[in-house]
Design a protein around this ligand. Structure first.
Ligand SMILES: [Zn+2]
Length: 241
């Protein structure tokens, strides 16, 4: 069996990840229960975390050479930028499907969670997501885009996001649900960051139009007061003398 930390056996891990690339996540057959599965192992603080523990299928128990517990702020501080908590190398660029180990250029505390069931039938899906993902570390924010069956779960620490991704991949929130498909988020759920990203995109468009020779000067000031731009419901604001 491959060492639970991965580390030196990057290709083995990569191979496993490639096999998981399909759109629908495979239903996980085991699940980690923090209350049942965390405990002392042969590992000391600072050692790698056990990916089999994260997936609820480590058979080594207290004999395991890797850590079986929920990472804390101290683990986050000790974490190298170049590896994840399981000791797997992070990449210089993101995988196309964002399903891989993650890029060290990205903060990577936010998970994209796909196949989230729609609200209804007396279920509080938002509460289920917060409770089930919150079991793997402190959450910063959970965002549910309107009308889409997915959500973004942002952890305070990357260490917990990495654990949660392994722990929740292919799990269902409730019996009968589709397995969740979990990737690293490309979108920052922080509204401030989103606004900056939009402004940056707008500046790029303006710059492009300027290069094309489109006049971008604001000409509304000399419109007659009752003039309406076609398609505009509001007249341009009247200029004070
Ligand atoms: Zn283990």
């Amino acid at each position: 069996r491959a060492p639970a930390g991965g580390g030196g056996d990057f290709n083995i891990w990569y191979g496993k990840k490639v096999g998981r690339q399909e759109k629908e996540a495979l239903q996980a057959t085991t699940r980690m229960d923090p209350a049942r599965d965390t405990g002392r192992t042969q590992a000391s603080r600072g050692d790698r975390f056990c990916v089999y523990f994260a997936q609820g299928r480590c058979k080594e128990g207290s004999r395991c050479e890797y850590q079986h517990r929920i990472p804390t702020e101290d683990d986050e501080k000790a974490l190298s930028n170049e590896v994840d908590i399981f000791g797997r190398e992070r990449h210089g660029s993101d995988r196309d499907d964002m399903g891989g180990i993650g890029s060290f250029h990205r903060e990577n505390t936010t998970l994209y969670v796909g196949k989230v069931p729609a609200e209804g039938g007396g279920r509080d899906v938002k509460k289920e997501v917060r409770a089930q993902f919150g079991a793997f570390g402190p959450l910063e924010a959970v965002r549910f885009p309107e009308g889409r069956e997915c959500c973004f779960v942002k952890y305070r620490f990357r260490a917990n996001a990495e654990l949660a991704r392994e722990a929740m991949m292919g799990q269902s929130l409730a019996k009968g649900d589709l397995p969740l498909n979990i990737k690293w988020a490309t979108e920052d759920p922080n509204p401030g960051a989103q606004k900056r990203e939009r402004e940056r995109a707008e500046r790029k468009v303006r710059e492009h139009l300027r290069q094309e020779g489109v006049c971008l000067a604001d000409t509304s000031y000399n419109y007659p007061v009752d003039y309406r731009v076609p398609g505009d419901s509001e007249p341009p604001p009247a200029k004070r003398p």
